[in-house]
Design a protein around this ligand. Structure first.
Ligand code: ACO
Length: 379
């Protein structure tokens, strides 16, 4: 029996993260999310995912050094990104091509994780008509990314905000992009291929592509008094409210709480809470209306809603939202790829054939006429 969208199917055993959708709980390699997300550096969190334990001082120092030493991307990748910027391509397409080009210099785990922020920052600058900024090996992973975006040393509060975000999204059970990475790895393929495939899955609006549209929706509403009317209109038109609903969570996504707190801190510090207050009002109305229009579906706020707010609070354009998600999740994809390798069996589910059987071949001249369908247009 087909399970549409593989709902309820257990396709892997993992020690990396556990998502309990009924209790609203997320465990990261043994730690409740709120225990680690706001405290660990991204390097510590990546180490935790790859080794199952937090690093010691010496391990962390070595790991930080290895990541910092591997940030430079090949000239060919910069050339490619310039061409992407000239054509104003989507940032996720540029990132996918940039990561592919990493194969020119490395295929290893550290080499990939270290270079993803470089590709994202380089492309963000080129797209704005600015020259790339060279990485600073003295800065940590998150701080260096902020530095490479602006050319200015970031203040610790912004670094903490970004680091909390990256830690929060580093892994999340067998989500679509992680599953993609595991499927690719299960064939015996390499890490760059697994990451490139996962980026393709992350890009879609039902997965990592939601925060941009979620923020657009908040801006479109503009004032809390218009929230009900606009959200109602969207739901009546059959639209999905971006940043709400989840396959697993039937209660509030625990990542939303961690990110809401971090976003609140950033907005408080900046001294303008208006967008934050508006977003909370939109959230309240959205949950109420989702229950009215989709009763019993238990649609709640997901991670993307507060991702949008937090990344906006960090001063990022919406075009940077999904690529920044990838900067965090790439460590999780690689952790899953390594775990898959350790106990591999090719992932090869079955399909249920629902088409006709035993048709007879009709020679071409005898096939009659059919409306012409343009090649490539057939779905
Ligand atoms: N707005 C309105 N209706 C919704 C929403 C939403 N955000 N989410 C689900 N529904 C409705 C569906 O229309 C469907 O209604 P129906 O049964 O009357 O047809 C019902 O709820 C169940 O929806 P499914 O699509 O079956 O739920 P599924 O588990 O397959 O999808 C998903 C989960 C893709 C996240 C969905 O809730 C959605 O599209 N949300 C909006 C996009 C979004 O925020 N994506 C980010 C997810 S988090 C992440 O990937 C990192």
């Amino acid at each position: 029996m087909e399970s549409k969208g593989l709902e309820g199917v257990v396709a892997a055993s993992t020690r990396l993260s556990h998502v309990d959708g009924e209790r609203g709980e997320l465990i990261m390699a043994g730690y409740p999310l709120d225990e680690v997300a706001e405290r660990a550096t991204f390097e510590e969190m990546t180490w935790l995912m790859w080794h199952g334990e937090l690093p010691t001082v010496a391990e962390l120092e070595r790991f930080r050094g290895s990541l910092a030493a591997a940030r430079e991307i090949p000239d060919a990748a910069v050339f490619l990104l310039r061409e992407c910027a000239r054509r104003n391509l989507d940032a996720m397409d540029a990132l996918r091509m940039g990561v592919d080009a990493v194969s020119l210099v490395t295929g290893d785990d550290i080499g990939i994780v270290a270079r993803v922020p470089t590709i994202v920052a380089t492309y963000a600058r080129l797209r704005r008509g600015l020259e790339p900024v060279a990485a600073r090996p003295d800065l940590g992973h998150a701080a260096n990314f902020l530095y490479m975006l602006s050319g200015e040393t970031p203040d610790p509060e912004r670094v903490r905000g970004l680091e909390t975000y990256l830690n929060t999204v580093i892994d999340h059970g067998l989500n679509a992009s992680t599953f993609t990475a595991r499927v690719i790895t299960s064939t015996g393929s390499d890490l760059v291929s697994a990451v490139v495939g996962a980026l393709g899955a992350l890009k879609g609006p039902l997965h990592g592509g939601a925060p941009g549209p979620a923020l657009d929706m908040v801006f479109e509403i503009g004032d809390a008094s218009r929230a009900e009317e606009i959200l109602r209109r969207k739901l009546e038109a059959g639209e999905r409210l971006m940043g709400f609903g989840h396959r697993i969570y039937k209660v509030r996504d625990p990542r939303a709480d961690v990110l809401a707190k971090a976003a609140e801190r950033l907005f408080t510090r900046a001294g303008d809470m208006s967008l934050y207050i508006l977003a909370r009002a939109v959230e309240t109305q959205a949950i109420r209306l989702l229950e009215e229009y989709k009763p019993g579906r238990r649609l709640q706020t997901n991670v993307e809603f507060y991702t949008a707010l937090l990344l906006h609070g960090l001063g990022f354009d919406t075009a940077l939202f999904t690529p920044t998600f990838a900067i965090g999740r790439v460590s999780g994809w690689i952790a899953h790829a390594l775990e898959q390798r350790r106990a591999n069996r090719i992932i090869r589910p079955q399909s249920e054939y629902v088409g006709p059987r035993y048709k007879k071949f009709v020679p071409l001249p005898e096939r009659g006429q059919r409306d012409v369908v343009e090649v490539g247009r057939r779905t």
